[in-house]
Design a protein. Sequence first.
Length: 236
Amino acid sequence: MRAVTFDLWGTLFSDDPPKNALAIKRRRELAQTILARHELHFSYEEIEGAFSSFAKEIGMIRERGFDIDTTEQTVLLLSFLHITPKKNLTDEIEETLSSFWLSALPSLAPHAEEALSFLSPRTKIGLISNTGWTSGKNIRLIFDKMGILHHFTYLTFSNEVRFWKPNPAIFQYAARELEESPQRMMHVGDSLTADIRGARSVGMRTVHMGDSEEADFRIRDLAEVIDIWEKASTYE
């Protein structure tokens, strides 16, 4: 295998429901505080309603396999509060919502560092991630803080390339940037639809963090990727 790509949330980053719930609540509170500083006063319930409407609208975009950047997300959110966006307000909300995880770092999945450290001197490593409010810029800063950024050859984010997994285009984009054929690449992810079916649609080998029979390989721990990569590379 000439390149290995990883999903992010639920794969390299562990799922943490309490911290995710905190992020949701804090983003709403932060948006309310920023708006109030700009003399735009809304109840928490009104802010919650705007976020809910935003989620439905962006969900429809993503169901079609596309995404929008964090500036456009912010403008869309404000539209549900009937606010005409001004650059200083939009920039402040965007940066605040996008940078939440910089101050509350996600947890690396068990043995993620071990797998990355083994693979990076031996093959190209990429990331193919659907993103929410957290921008690719801030994920790169998070990776740098965690000391893992140097392992990656290229990072692909849906809100930068505007394709949403499982759209084959995001996997093809990553392959082009890594300068490898998808048939000589392996993708590791936890989502059957977004990761396994998306990667298989362009000819990548697949590793499911789970037990799907649709994947070429199934794992419970990222340490297992090392053995899978060695075997797959032997039989290339």
